[in-house]
Design a protein around this ligand. Structure first.
Ligand code: CTP
Length: 472
């Protein structure tokens, strides 16, 4: 029955189903079976198609026809030596069915997992393996390989390949091409979770990110080795395709040329060298907004408090701890076209930060913390002589949401306040969903409950529209 359903779906729905199944690591049939199973429990859903429309999709997916971006583009695919190399056969197919030309390079180790014959047959091109092949070097050397590509994709990017890239080694064809290129490079890491979390790989990850290398994945889940699970599974081929499309998307971006300053995450206010006052902000909403603005072409400078989530893609990030450090970093980043202040900044800090750890003395009463007010960063930006044309603040409230948001609009010199109810029962703080209202001087817009990514994309689009209007 499932296969009949898939065959009868229109192409756009089939594509969404394929992406959704890939994201969950399931076959399309399994995905349909689960969707149909869920439907019998969820009477609110009217048809599998409407369910697919509301299903979480890869960012940007569903808004564009993927075939448009890859037709005629040249992708140099470096296949590393990992068990996930077999997925590259499917990746090549997916890229070619979108009209891309794929030129494969195999490392020596990759040849242990996939054969040049199968890779070459799927790519319909010569497979390059040797740095010092007389024929290849004469015919098309590593410089030309990189020059003729629009994008280089490394999949799977093993721990070894990442280490080589981070350290500038060039002792085989793959690493020499990567050293010789000035083209964008996207890597899809794949390795055992212990290798992914090893301090050496962490260092290499940070170096590669600083060098401007793009990452897709890895995902978390079961490893090929039995009993192993965690972060390290290579992104699914369609996730890699979606990332490639994002990088090669040549459409004019609505926020190109615009600079946006942002804050996100909590602040930590030190009590002594080991203790601090913090709050529950995860940074998820602010970081998602930064990524969404960058996706629309903005140059985003994000000042982030201490968070455990990764830096958002395509954003320059300044890491700070305290409210005062955050304020200083934001001031340095002005002027800007817009400011979006999402951080949950601590309102107070301790008056006298102890230079040494405060010791517990037997018989003594607990120390009382003296607090002083922190600078209000949003108000500082809203009333600054270099005030951005659009200033957006957030209002995290547990009561009188709208009245408090309106007050903040005026007191802080903001144009919009994005108000959200952070009462414990809403699960907003630290959670993945948000229900916000946009409070402006001309009224209130109520948005339904949605994922933080969806809030981010919608807000980014609204900011792009506002900056266009303000410019006129
Ligand atoms: N904000 C800021 N600097 C502060 C306090 C808040 O920049 N010292 C910003 C936040 O980033 C947010 C907005 O002001 O955009 C509102 O933050 P919120 O914590 O809701 O309000 P507060 O001003 O702290 O007021 P209160 O805690 O009394 O609600």
């Amino acid at each position: 029955m499932a296969s009949i359903t898939i065959r009868n779906l229109d192409d756009a729905t089939k594509e969404k189903l394929r992406l959704r199944a890939a994201a969950h690591g399931r076959s399309m049939e399994e995905e349909v079976r689960l969707l149909l199973g869920e439907m019998t429990h969820d009477v609110a859903l009217s048809s599998p198609v409407s369910h697919l429309r509301s299903a979480p999709l890869f960012k940007g997916e569903g808004k564009k026809n993927p075939a448009q971006f890859l037709a005629g583009r040249d992708i140099l695919l470096i296949i590393g030596g990992g068990i996930a190399a077999y997925k590259c056969l499917d990746l090549i197919r997916r890229l070619r069915e979108r009209g891309a030309h794929v030129r494969p390079v195999l490392t020596k180790a990759a040849e242990e997992f996939v054969t040049p014959l199968s890779v070459g047959a799927l790519a319909a091109d010569k497979v390059f393996t040797e740095l010092f092949s007389r024929e290849d070097e004469h015919d098309i050397g590593h410089i030309r390989l990189s020059r003729e590509a629009d994008l280089i994709v490394v999949a799977p990017a093993t721990a070894d390949l990442m280490a080589k890239m981070a350290n500038g080694l060039a002792n085989d064809l793959a690493s020499a091409v990567l050293m010789a290129t000035d083209k964008p490079v996207l890597i899809a890491p794949a390795m055992n979770p212990r290798m992914w979390n090893h301090p050496a790989t962490r260092r290499n990850r940070a170096t590669l990110a600083k060098d401007g290398i793009w990452f897709v994945g890895p995902n978390s889940g079961e490893m090929a080795e039995s009993g192993e699970s965690g972060a390290g599974r290579m992104a699914e081929p369609l996730e890699i395709v979606a990332a490639i499309e994002k990088l090669l998307d040549r459409r004019p971006k609505p926020l190109s040329g615009k600079t946006i300053v942002m804050t996100s995450g909590p602040t930590h206010e030190p009590i002594d060298p080991v203790r601090y006052i913090a709050n529950r902000s995860s940074g998820k909403q602010g970081h998602a907004i930064a990524a969404a603005l960058a996706q629309l072409g903005a140059t985003v400078h994000l000042v982030s408090g201490p968070v455990t989530i990764p830096d958002p893609e395509g954003v320059s990030v300044v890491h700070v701890e305290s409210a005062r450090e955050m304020r200083d970093a934001v001031e340095q980043l002005l002027p800007a076209d817009a400011a979006v202040m999402v951080a949950a900044v601590a309102d107070w800090r301790t008056a006298n930060e102890a230079g040494e750890k405060i010791k517990k003395q037997p018989g003594e009463t607990a120390p009382a913390l003296q607090m002083v007010e922190n600078p209000d960063i949003l108000a500082g930006v809203g009333h600054n002589k270099q005030r951005p044309r659009l200033v957006v603040g957030f209002a995290a409230e547990t009561q009188d949401l709208l009245a408090n948001a309106r007050k903040k609009l005026d007191n802080k010199g903001a144009d919009w306040i994005v108000a959200n109810d952070v009462s414990h029962t809403t699960g907003v703080m630290g959670g993945d969903r948000n229900a916000v209202r946009i409070v402006t001087r001309s009224g209130i817009e109520e948005w339904p409950d949605m994922s933080k990514e969806e809030v981010a994309e919608r807000l980014a689009a609204r900011i792009a529209a506002a900056l266009r209007t303000i410019e006129v």
